[in-house]
Design a protein around this ligand. Structure first.
Ligand SMILES: [Mg+2]
Length: 250
């Protein structure tokens, strides 16, 4: 990893964290939005069905790498309560927007993330590659947290149609850089999506273990996957200062 010219970054648990109640605060907004549109599933049971469907469909994405979206989860959950509302129905679009407008308020930067990007922006090409279903919300989060201007490439799985670790999304990242495969580094917290995805794509991974090591409170559904630790050859850093120190050793 001597000649790194471009660095790709994961978003959640790497550059940005969500407060532990981010999802529980956002869900009632989704529910109120549906109620305003005349849909009244019982709240507790509806929430349970929604998350159950989300987990099931997210698991399915592991089969072929295709991204899912919250509109499918809402549509499927409503079906259980006798409401036949297709995923692209405007009532579901409004509910998704209501959910994410609250969720975005609950996001904040991992310490040191912005100053790290500031220091690297003139030396490396920087890219963002995030697994996030509702891509406009991911872009809004980086915009609000003043991270957007640092990235020459911004790729969100919900827009690409595929999720990490699928090779297609890493190809898109590589295509966005003016650099050879062995000149690209990718930093992320999730062993499966980030480290193994980058390794399979032939680019240099760095495992960012701020969440694993510092244990900030995060929403249960946003914890990194419990995959076996990567090989010890994969550099591991807990903080952005450690990452900067790692780059200095190259
Ligand atoms: Mg992550």
């Amino acid at each position: 990893m001597k000649h790194i010219r471009a660095i790709g970054c994961d978003l959640f648990n790497t550059l940005v964290l969500a407060k532990p109640d981010a999802l529980t605060r956002a869900f009632p907004r989704l529910q109120r939005s549906l109620e305003r549109d005349g849909l009244h599933p019982e709240e507790k049971a509806f929430r349970k069905t929604y998350y159950h469907t989300a987990v099931k469909l997210l698991k399915q994405t592991r089969e072929d790498g295709r991204e899912t979206h919250n509109r499918f989860w809402i549509s499927a959950a409503l079906e259980n309560f006798g409401y036949h509302v297709p995923p692209d129905d405007p009532r579901i679009t409004a509910a998704v927007e209501a959910y994410f407008s609250t969720f975005c308020d609950s996001c904040y930067r991992v310490p040191g993330a912005r100053s790290m990007l500031e220091r690297l922006k003139d030396v490396y090409q920087l890219g963002l590659l995030s697994n996030f279903t509702h891509w406009p919300a991911a872009l809004e989060i980086i915009d609000r947290l003043e991270l957007a201007p640092f990235f020459e490439v911004k790729l969100i799985s919900g827009q690409l149609g595929y999720r990490k670790p699928h090779g297609k999304v890493f190809s898109e990242l590589m295509g966005g850089f003016d650099a050879k495969r062995n000149e690209i580094m990718y930093v992320g917290d999730d062993v499966d999506a980030d480290v193994n995805g980058a390794l399979a794509a032939g680019i240099q991974p760095v495992w960012f273990t701020y969440v694993q090591d510092k244990k900030p409170p995060i929403p249960m559904y946003m914890a990194p996957s419990e995959t076996e630790d990567p090989h010890e050859d994969v550099p591991r850093v807990s903080t952005w200062n450690e990452f900067l120190a790692l780059l200095n050793t190259l």
